[in-house]
Design a protein around this ligand. Structure first.
Ligand code: SF4
Ligand code: SF4
Length: 437
């Protein structure tokens, strides 16, 4: 008689375990492996989507605990770029799995005082508070201008956190932070085709507020009235990606309450990472009887700015821009929201733009939320790979559509000494409209 080994029950703690039914969809075919950036760089099965799913299954089957150090390392070395989702023929929703796995790590693995303090400051005291974040953004730009990165690197030989802070300063965009106070309403030009609410985001608002203003201008110019509700807050994407699902839920509820009574046709977001997260509020709150339905209804009205403009079509012809452009697809737009045709179609409508192909434009640049801070070495290896392709394409403008990608790509371009400008797609359109005026 075959010997059977009794396995203990799942070692996940209650709530937010990686969904067993999603894990069971994986048939171990390996089609996702060639699309996984961490597998390409590290060449380790446990750093592939299939390997990480296997680890999550091992916790369900009691073989390892979620506080296991290898489990933590492999789920955090994942970019959460979701390229594996696009490749998977079995419909494995990998992003939901890895985010739940991280939540289990955070709830079971003891953290030291410093990491806990950093998380509390970032997730609880900064991201949900626009004024505090704007102040920190201004101080960060000042520290960059004063050359603090070099000093931190000297200290960083002894203190790892200083080295990380120096790496973060390398990501600060050129120029000054752009955080204009937007009007409450941008009236539609000509006949009004729709009325939407603009989701401003947290880092997007503090560092790339000019892109929010450009988004409202471009939409309004194309017959879409834009309102800018003041009561909104951070979408919680960085919280959810970092395993802080409870905080992510609280932020989701605040946003739902702020937007749902506005009676708009759509909620428009220009940050791909935020958009992918907000479109999954229904999943995040699915077990909350008071919020599940409201969250699903809210999520269904969310559109990326390129999505709504591409789907509704431009009614105003952009002016001429003589430049070559390459489009680097943000992972959370391409893989997270399955939006690819609309941004490309919008760029193709700008007279004078020459679109040049970019190899591996569908691969993560290594930005991946705060991955460039938490996994600096891996992030840099992916950024170098991306910069080799940018150098080969040699565009005048490198276009993307997410604040994290903008910062990562711009830092790569600066470090490589290229003259390529890095812009959000909406800023390219806004510039083209300015040229038409
Ligand atoms: S999300 Fe990206 S890095 Fe993570 S397993 Fe999938 S393809 Fe690999
Ligand atoms: S492609 Fe999908 S089913 Fe195949 S190994 Fe990857 S996650 Fe599993």
């Amino acid at each position: 008689m075959a010997e059977t080994t009794a396995r203990p029950l799942s070692l996940y703690v209650a709530g937010d375990a990686p969904a067993r039914e999603l894990i069971q969809r994986c048939v171990h075919c390996g089609f996702c492996l060639p699309t996984c950036p961490t597998y390409a760089v590290l060449g380790v099965e446990a750093d592939s989507p299939r390997g990480r799913i296997r680890l999550m299954k091992d916790v369900w089957e009691g073989r390892i605990a979620p506080q296991n150090a290898a489990f933590e390392r492999h789920v955090y070395q994942c970019l959460d770029c979701r390229a594996c989702e696009t490749a998977c023929p079995s419909g494995v929703e990998y992003g939901k799995l890895v985010e739940a796995a991280r939540s289990q790590v955070e709830r079971t693995r003891p953290r030291g005082a410093v990491p806990r303090l950093v998380r509390w400051l970032a997730f609880d005291q900064l991201l949900p508070h626009p004024r505090r974040l704007a102040l920190v953004a201004r101080l960060t730009y000042l520290a960059r201008d004063l050359g603090a990165a070099a000093l931190l690197r000297l200290i960083g030989r002894r203190i790892r956190l200083a080295e990380r802070l120096a790496g973060s300063l390398d990501l600060v965009p050129s120029g000054a932070p752009s955080a204009p106070q937007l009007p409450l309403v941008f009236p539609a030009s000509g006949e009004r085709r729709a009325r939407v609410a603009l989701f401003q985001g947290c880092i997007q608002r503090a560092a790339f507020g000019g892109t929010n203003a450009a988004t409202a201008r471009v939409l309004a110019r194309n017959g879409i009235e834009v309102i800018v509700p003041e009561e909104q807050t951070c979408c919680g994407a960085l919280h959810v990606h970092a395993g802080e699902r409870a905080s992510g839920r609280e932020l989701a509820k605040r946003n739902i309450a702020a937007f749902e009574r506005l009676g708009v046709d759509a909620i428009v977001i220009n940050a791909a990472g935020c958009g992918a997260n907000v479109k999954e509020y229904g999943w995040l709150l699915k077990d909350d009887p008071l919020w599940a339905e409201r969250a699903a209804r809210f999520a269904a009205t969310v559109k990326d700015a390129t999505e709504i403009l591409g789907d509704m079509g431009l009614t105003s012809t952009p002016g001429r821009l003589e430049a070559s452009v390459a489009y680097d697809e943000p992972c959370h737009l391409l893989h997270g929201q399955k939006i690819s045709a609309q941004p490309k179609a919008l760029l193709a409508q700008v007279p004078g733009l020459r679109i040049v192909p970019l190899a591996e434009a569908d691969w993560c640049c290594g930005g991946a939320g705060i991955y460039n801070v938490t996994q600096p070495d891996l992030s840099q290896r992916l950024l170098h790979r991306k910069m080799e392709h940018v150098r080969a394409a040699a565009p005048d403008i490198l276009v993307t559509a997410n604040p994290g990608c903008l910062m990562q790509l711009a830092s790569g371009v600066r470090a490589s000494g290229m003259r390529t400008e890095v812009l959000h797609l909406i800023d390219v359109l806004d510039r083209a409209y300015a040229a038409a005026s």
